[in-house]
Design a protein around this ligand. Structure first.
Ligand SMILES: [Zn+2]
Ligand SMILES: [Zn+2]
Length: 370
C-alpha cells in the first residue's frame, strides 16, 4: 500500500517545479519511510536534469522523522534522522566502510529507481517518476530511504541545521580531514567559497590550520570566508591566483581544495601548488564547460590530483562530529542558511542558482494526508 504525499515534480528542464500529490511506495525490508522536516538545496539539484531523466523528484539533503519501517529495518518509528547519500551496502568498498567509493555510486545517486529497479514514487496517473535521487528524493513531504543511509540526529538540533551539513558542507569538511589531512599550523588553499568551500574553511580553522587562503570571484563570499576563518582572501577577477599564492607562500601550497568547478580556476589551481603538492577536487564539474587537463604541469610538480566523492566522508562518522562542533559554537554553519517554505521551492532554487543565498533549506509542513 502506497502513501499519498506531496512532492515537487520537475517534468521539463527549465520549467518550474510543481508540487503534486503523488504515491510513495511502502518501505521494503531494509527501508524506512521518513517524514521530511527540511531539505537543503544544492547545485546537484539544479544540475539534476542533466544527470537524471525527467519527470523527476530531486532533493538529497533531507532531515526528518521515521514514520514507518520495513520488517528488518535497523531504525525505529519516531527516530529523528539525517539522510545520507546513497550506497549499495553490498560491494567491497561499502563492506570496507568506504561507501563513498561504492561500485554502484552513480546508479544509486542518479538512477531514478531503487537498486532492484523498482520505482519509489508514482504520479496521479500511476506512471513511475524518476525518484530515489541519492536514494531519497526529499523535495517531498515524505521519502523512502535505505536504513543504512540514516544517521541519528539529536532532538535539540534545528532541522535546517541538520539539513545544511549533509552534502556540500560535509564534502568540504571531509576533504580537509579525510583527504588533505590538514594539521595544526599547516597552510591550505581553498578555491571557491560556496557551501563546500565554506565548510572546508570552518573545518580547517577547527583543525588549527596556520594559514587558510581562499579565492572566490564574489567579494561577498570572501567577506563570509574571512568571518569563518580565512586568513587571506583573493578575488581572481583582480589577476592570476597563482601569483597571489606565490606572494603569500613563496613556494606554492602543499594542500589545495578546488571547489569552484570552473575550468579557468582549475589551471590556476594547479599552478598554485608547490612541488609535491596535493590537490583535492571536490565538486561536480560544470557540464557546460570544457576542461583541459594537461599532465605536464602536474608532472613537473610531481603533484597529486585526487577527485573526491562526498569529501570521502562517511555520514555516520562526520554528521555527529559536525553537529557537536556546531553545538559547541565552533562550526557556525547556521551563518550559511536561508530558509524557505516548501511551497516556495522555485524561488529557493533561483536564489541558489544566482548565488545570493549560500545554503537554501526548504521547510516542509507536517501533513497527515493518507
Ligand atoms: Zn548536495
Ligand atoms: Zn557499494
Amino acid at each position: 500500500m502506497g502513501k499519498s504525499i506531496e512532492a515537487a515534480v520537475l517534468r521539463q528542464s527549465g520549467k518550474p517545479y510543481v508540487i503534486e500529490r503523488v504515491i510513495l511506495d511502502a518501505p521494503q525490508e531494509h527501508e524506512a519511510l521518513v517524514r521530511i522536516e527540511a531539505c537543503g538545496i544544492c547545485h546537484m539539484d539544479i544540475d539534476g536534469p542533466s544527470l537524471c531523466s525527467l519527470p523527476a523528484v530531486f532533493g538529497h539533503e533531507g532531515v526528518g522523522i521515521v514514520e514507518a519501517i520495513g520488517a528488518k529495518a535497523s531504525v525505529n518509528v519516531g527516530d529523528r534522522v539525517i539522510l545520507g547519500y546513497g550506497s549499495c551496502n553490498r560491494c567491497p568498498s561499502c563492506m570496507q566502510g568506504h561507501p563513498f567509493y561504492c561500485d554502484k555510486s552513480w546508479e544509486v545517486t542518479f538512477g531514478g529507481r531503487r537498486l532492484d529497479g523498482s520505482p519509489t514514487i508514482r504520479d496521479n496517473s500511476d506512471s513511475p517518476l524518476h525518484a530515489a535521487f541519492f536514494q531519497q528524493s526529499s523535495f517531498a513531504t515524505h521519502a523512502i530511504v535505505p536504513d543504512h543511509c540514516l544517521v541519528a540526529m539529536p532532538a535539540d538540533v534545528p532541522a535546517e541545521v541538520g539539513a545544511s551539513i549533509t552534502c556540500g558542507v560535509m564534502t568540504g569538511a571531509g576533504a580537509i580531514l579525510n583527504v588533505l589531512d590538514v594539521k595544526a599550523g599547516e597552510t591550505v588553499l581553498i578555491v571557491g567559497a560556496g557551501a563546500v568551500g565554506l565548510g572546508a574553511i570552518m573545518t580547517a580553522r577547527k583543525a588549527g590550520a596556520g594559514a587558510i587562503l581562499v579565492a572566490d570571484v564574489r567579494d561577498g563570499r570572501l567577506e563570509m570566508a574571512r568571518e569563518l576563518g580565512a586568513t587571506a582572501t583573493f578575488n581572481p577577477r583582480m589577476g592570476a591566483m597563482h601569483e597571489w599564492v606565490m606572494a603569500q607562500t613563496s613556494r606554492g601550497v602543499g594542500k589545495l581544495l578546488e571547489t569552484s568547478g570552473n575550468a579557468a580556476a582549475f589551471e590556476d589551481a594547479i599552478a598554485s601548488l608547490r612541488t609535491g603538492g596535493h590537490m583535492a577536487y571536490a565538486i561536480l564539474p560544470s557540464p557546460m564547460e570544457e576542461y583541459t587537463l594537461k599532465p605536464m604541469p602536474l608532472f613537473e610538480k610531481a603533484a597529486r590530483f585526487e577527485a573526491l566523492s562526498f569529501g570521502n566522508s562517511v555520514p555516520h562518522d562526520l554528521y555527529p562530529k559536525m553537529l557537536e562542533w556546531w553545538q559547541a559554537g565552533e562550526f557556525p554553519v547556521d551563518r550559511l542558511i536561508s530558509t524557505f517554505s516548501f511551497s516556495d521551492i522555485n524561488q529557493a532554487m533561483e536564489h541558489t542558482r544566482t548565488g545570493d543565498v549560500i545554503k537554501a533549506v526548504l521547510l516542509m509542513e507536517a501533513t497527515d494526508a493518507e
